[in-house]
Write a protein that binds this ligand. Sequence first.
Ligand code: ZN
Length: 170
Amino acid sequence: MRGYEDGRRRRWKGRVEHYEGVNIRGWSRRLYSGNQFDIGFFMVTVRCQNLITVSNKFKHLNDFSEAQIEVSWSRCRYGSMRPWFCCPSCNNRVAVLYFASDAFACRRCLNLAYASQSMSPVRRLRNARNIIYELVGSDALNNAPTKPKGMRRITYRRVLATSDKLRHFL
Ligand SMILES: [Zn+2]
């Protein structure tokens, strides 16, 4: 018998988990001129608040040497600032850049599929359920929880409706 995966025509498509992803979330305090920090394969040097250099710590393993990446900031509630990468390829603001052999680019530029797009239907549902758990607490599928602080009412209603549907599957 052929399983779900086997029944499909196999076609290679890049997936985000095959690439080295770099997430700028949580970096806001590190992004001051002259700072340098280590992120796995790469070393980040902050030129100024709007420009960083990401260099390869393992030049002997890979020809890539370094990339200049622009950083832009958005103001969020309560006056704090949130950093974003400017994708070196399309210049869009993104939180995550991926490293693909010799350059950094955003998911869209690399035409990557998120893992969910290649998941089986059941796994996709389970994944959705886990996201709901995270959003409104693990009780979501049994009892209607109270709306988490800060979540918009419309989002909350949508989450509840989805959790109702999922109850039939899981
Ligand atoms: Zn891009």
